[in-house]
Design a binder for this molecule. Structure first.
Ligand code: THU
Length: 140
């Protein structure tokens, strides 16, 4: 999925930056936004949602994936992530696993505050991963 137009990328960036402002992050004050593009052409966004019981926090990427499933929005083909830092924010381990679940070829575009980018895929972000195929393999 290298063929995203500059217009689509711009739309994803705008959507991610908008939803980032709505993050519920009173503890870390680290606001994150994610915008998925699906094979139906839908853009589905998510922001991080923290909790006073810290471990219940859900990252922006997983909020977006959950919304895409609930809305029957189609298969995610790209995910653009924005964080509050100058450096691009790359998804945490749990989010890498969650992105992979839906599409290992999903393009993942991480954009820093100054526009710097890391452009990769879900599969590249989590090599030697565990997935549905493993559950199909012969067992003892
Ligand atoms: N966070 C995300 O939303 N996505 C990531 O991939 C990394 C971390 C959030 C979780 C928490 O609310 C805050 O950033 C600090 O870890």
């Amino acid at each position: 999925m290298d063929d995203l137009s500059p217009e689509i990328l711009e739309k994803l960036l705008k959507a991610a930056r908008e939803v980032q402002q709505r993050a519920h992050a009173p503890y870390s004050k680290f606001l994150v936004g994610a915008a998925l593009l699906t094979d139906k052409g839908r853009i589905i966004t998510g922001c991080n949602v923290e909790n006073a019981s810290y471990g219940l926090t859900v990252c922006a990427e997983r909020v977006a994936l959950g919304r895409a499933v609930a809305e029957d929005a189609g298969k995610p083909v790209a995910c653009l992530v924005v964080g509050p830092t100058a450096e691009p924010l790359t998804p945490c381990g749990a989010c890498r696993q969650s992105l992979l679940e839906f599409n290992p070829s999903m393009r993942v575009i991480c954009v820093g505050r100054d526009g710097r980018r890391i452009d990769t895929t879900a599969g590249e972000l989590l090599p030697h991963s565990f997935g549905a195929d493993e559950l199909e393999k012969p067992r003892e």
